[in-house]
Design a protein around this ligand. Structure first.
Ligand code: NDP
Length: 332
């Protein structure tokens, strides 16, 4: 059995992860941590969790807790992961894995030294359409890759218009959403960009210098150009990807959300056809991979190293937006 504790009485835990943990064999949620007693109690009651606490020590000293899911605000991911690793707990951490690459590296080292699993919840690579797209690209179905466009603009729901739009430290579109695009691109293309350039917007929803819109241009190895449009302020848009190759085009539609959705099309000299995709719940898939890793089989869908690479690229994008310069990506 895997005993879980939730660190963070968050929206994403309530909406997706409680159910995804319980969908795994022999897995139960034993406790939930909230800094606020009342919120923790409510979260535990509403989600059928037998205990709640405001003291992380209660969770970390509990031997029946094998794994923790960390979904607190971004600035707490590092310290809570380090504490959990030193207590021998396996860790599924939300993205961004940390706010700095140094912190992410410390987390990876601490988990390795403690012999515990560290996974980062970049869910989009768990979408069956992206997994199919990755196979087709790797098999050379559209020839040599030339360019990619990613569309990930939407309107941030009222309920999420908190730290995302007002916290210059842990908030903003880049570390919240663009980082998912980056992870997805790394997963699909199989490499890291070498150079990035970006311009951001602010002020439609976000304030205090926090970005709420972005356009990014990146160069990947093999002289592949990639473009991302992301936004919190565009209603009625559909998330998608387009991969342009020497012999064809692969188009993914409605594939940048949390839902088990997305349609895949290939266009080439034979015309356009839809490629069938058998969808599965993204979070169930992530939790299955993580649980298997805890049991000694395989790896999390996205590892600590994946989280670090996505963060390093996201921070390079932010630096480019702030300085107005092209930034060379270094992944230490
Ligand atoms: P929430 O704002 O719901 O929760 C974050 C923290 O804020 C909680 O841990 C909680 O603290 C505190 N909090 C929650 N509700 C309130 C409230 N009403 N008033 C004051 N504080 C509150 O965050 P999200 O669920 O949107 O995001 C949590 C993490 O998950 C982030 O790191 C985010 O990037 C990531 N995320 C990942 C997604 C994915 O699909 N991979 C999707 C959405 C988010 P406490 O625990 O102390 O009660």
């Amino acid at each position: 059995p895997i005993g879980w504790a939730l660190i963070g009485a968050s929206n994403v835990a309530r909406q997706w992860i409680v159910d995804a943990i319980r969908a795994q064999p022999e897995s139960q949620i034993l406790n939930v941590l909230s800094s606020n007693e009342e919120r923790g109690a409510r979260f535990a009651t509403e989600n059928g969790i037998p205990a709640h606490t405001a003291d992380i020590g209660t969770i970390l000293s509990d031997e029946s807790v094998d794994a923790v899911y960390i979904s607190t605000a971004n600035q707490f991911h590092c310290s809570q992961t380090l504490a959990a690793a030193s207590a021998g707990k396996n860790i599924l951490c939300e993205k961004p894995v940390a706010l700095s690459v140094d912190d992410a590296r410390k987390m990876i080292t601490a988990c390795r030294d403690a012999g515990v699993v560290l996974g980062v919840n970049h869910h989009l690579r768990c979408n069956a359409m992206h997994q199919k797209l990755r196979q087709l690209l790797a098999a050379g179905e559209i020839g040599r890759l030339n360019a990619v466009r990613v569309f990930h603009a939407n309107f941030l729901p009222q309920a999420l218009q908190g730290w995302r739009i007002n916290d210059p430290n842990g908030g903003g579109l880049i570390l919240d959403s663009t980082i998912h695009d980056i992870d997805t691109l790394r997963f699909l293309i199989g490499s890291n960009p070498t150079h990035v350039m970006a311009m951001t917007q602010s002020g439609r929803l976000a304030h205090d210098g926090v970005e709420d819109g972005i356009m990014v241009v990146m160069r990947f190895p093999g002289d592949v150009l990639v473009q991302i449009h992301g936004s919190y302020t565009v209603p009625f848009s559909e998330g998608g990807v387009e991969f342009y190759g020497s012999h064809g085009v692969l188009i993914g539609r409605d594939c940048m959300s949390q839902r088990a959705a997305g349609r895949l099309f290939m266009r080439n000299a034979d015309g356009e056809r839809e490629i069938p995709v058998h969808h599965h719940n993204l979070y169930h898939y992530a939790l299955a991979a993580f649980s298997n890793a805890v049991r000694g089989t395989g790896q999390p869908a996205a590892t600590g190293e994946d989280g670090l690479a996505a963060l390093a690229i996201a921070l390079a994008i932010r630096e480019s937006a702030l300085t107005g310069r092209q930034v060379e990506v270094e992944i230490p």
